[in-house]
Design a protein around this ligand. Structure first.
Ligand code: SF4
Ligand code: SF4
Length: 341
């Protein structure tokens, strides 16, 4: 059974300090001067040490997926036929994150742990060490459409926090964390979730649509002229899980080096290049079609729920102002025209 506590900000900082002795603490934060423009900050996920490190005013540019699936990761080192697994930070980890992102990580779990005969060991070794501290999210932000995607709620958390400015309310669901919060005042249950977003979409059921005709529809040509294939929507998306492999040899000795995996994305040039020079989706609109269908149709047909969680980051970061909810709505209109509904 859960217990609820109220702590002052100072008391919460002391709890973070205690937790930090046993856990690696990750959460939304600013990275000063690391933005795309000179002197600009960027927001993403990284280590935090105190309440003031947490970025709570908005949505982060990058998602928490990099806590479990780093941008670039050395998997192992090779020397002739000898393989040595790469070390990783194996401390137990707490991630502070919002409900949509917990649901996003559920999608990553599906791909990395349940989409094949064996779980991905590099993802699994991090994932099994992680516990979630939910950041209560009652209003969302302008581009969020998590309610439409049924990703606004989650009960998959060890603790949940309401940051009130002058104090913090905490629901402790995982009893192993109760001693850390024992000094707080008992409080009433409080946790709430956003129930309506400013942006909403109705995801069309494409099961009766002629997918061949949809594949050829002119809508995708328009995206060919707008999308510049920068890949920002892929890298900021909590549910995009594609990667490429690189064997990096040390010096001239090809038998000595390391194997890395590095994020890749369906919008980025070269993603579908084959030996011999063929590329399956050379046009940027074809890539938009692939991403859209994967996020709101194909994944659900395989796993029973949509891949997209409606975090809205792809809208926030697109330099061409391409709106994913608008694309979904347009698909809905096309689907109604095709099925005469
Ligand atoms: S497709 Fe866009 S809205 Fe959906 S999960 Fe990815 S970034 Fe978020
Ligand atoms: S962020 Fe926008 S322009 Fe860049 S690849 Fe995605 S849809 Fe295309």
């Amino acid at each position: 059974m859960s217990t609820n506590k109220h702590l002052s900000n100072d008391a919460f900082d002391r709890v973070l300090c205690e937790l930090g002795r046993e856990y690696r603490l990750l959460g939304p934060r600013r990275f000063p001067g690391k933005g795309a423009h000179s002197g600009a900050d960027v927001t993403g996920y990284g280590e935090i040490g105190s309440l003031s490190d947490l970025y709570l005013e908005g949505k982060t540019y990058f998602s928490p997926k990099e806590c479990l699936f780093p941008v670039r990761e050395t998997l192992f080192y090779f020397r002739d036929k000898d393989i040595t697994p790469a070390a990783f930070d194996d401390r137990p980890t707490i991630i502070f994150l919002r409900p949509c992102d917990i649901n996003g990580i559920k999608r990553l779990d599906t791909i990395f742990l349940h989409n094949g005969s064996e779980p991905d060991p590099y993802y699994a070794r991090r994932r099994e060490r992680v516990k979630f501290f939910l950041i209560e999210c009652r209003e969302g932000f302008d581009s969020c459409f998590c309610v439409s995607m049924d990703a606004n709620r989650s009960d998959d958390y060890a603790c949940a926090c309401r940051f009130e400015g002058d104090g913090v309310r905490v629901e402790i669901k995982d009893g192993s964390f109760a001693p850390f919060f024992a000094g707080g005042e008992d409080a009433a249950a409080f946790l709430a979730f956003v129930t309506a977003n400013k942006t909403s979409v109705q995801v069309p059921d494409l099961s009766r649509v002629d997918l061949g005709a949809l594949f050829q529809h002119e809508i995708w040509q328009e995206y060919s002229s707008r999308c510049i294939a920068c890949g920002r929507c892929n890298t900021s998306c909590v549910t995009c899980s594609c990667f490429t492999m690189q064997d990096v040899s040390y010096g001239r000795n090809q038998a000595l080096g390391e194997r890395r995996r590095v994020w890749a994305g369906c919008h980025i040039d070269g993603f579908t290049d084959m030996a011999g020079g063929h590329s399956f989706r050379a046009k940027n609109g074809d890539r938009m079609r692939f991403k859209t269908m994967h996020k709101i149709n194909d994944f659900k047909r395989r796993f029973g729920f949509h891949m997209c969680v409606g975090c809205g980051r792809c809208d926030d970061v697109c330099p061409e102002y391409i709106s994913f909810p608008t694309c979904i709505e347009r698909l809905g209109r096309i689907s109604r025209e095709m099925t005469h509904e």
